[in-house]
Design a protein around this ligand. Structure first.
Ligand code: ZN
Length: 115
């Protein structure tokens, strides 16, 4: 991976982190428990609670992704960035651009998800 690729990835990670932060602000708002005196009908209230639960999960996943992206941002200029943790082979640059937070090559990611 050359330094142009690295700076392109760094810029895209910064962009993803910014939009993820915005998304998490909205999710935090929508993940708040539904007040019991909420003036919604019973069904609407049930739906609102299911929606709230979904948002709690989304917020959790966004938080994990944010951590991994911040880690990628610290690592992007180090020699080990873009090297697969499992097989220690370089990960395709195209994959790193699509998923800058990944630490596995396609083959190892597939093997780990199917095993
Ligand atoms: Zn690998």
């Amino acid at each position: 991976m050359n330094s142009e690729d690295r700076s392109e990835i760094r810029a895209s990670v910064i962009g993803i982190i910014a939009s993820l932060n915005e998304e998490m602000l909205i999710l935090t708002e929508n993940a708040k428990p539904i007040a019991p005196d909420c003036s919604l009908g019973r069904l609407t209230r049930l739906e609102a609670m299911q929606e709230q639960e979904l948002n709690v999960n989304r917020l959790h996943e966004a938080g994990i992704r944010l951590n991994r992206l911040q880690y990628a941002l610290r690592k992007v200029d180090t020699p080990e960035y873009g090297i697969c943790l499992e097989c220690e082979e370089p990960i395709l640059t195209a994959r790193m651009k699509l998923m800058p937070e990944t630490s596995l090559c396609i083959r190892c990611a597939n093997e780990l998800s199917t095993s």
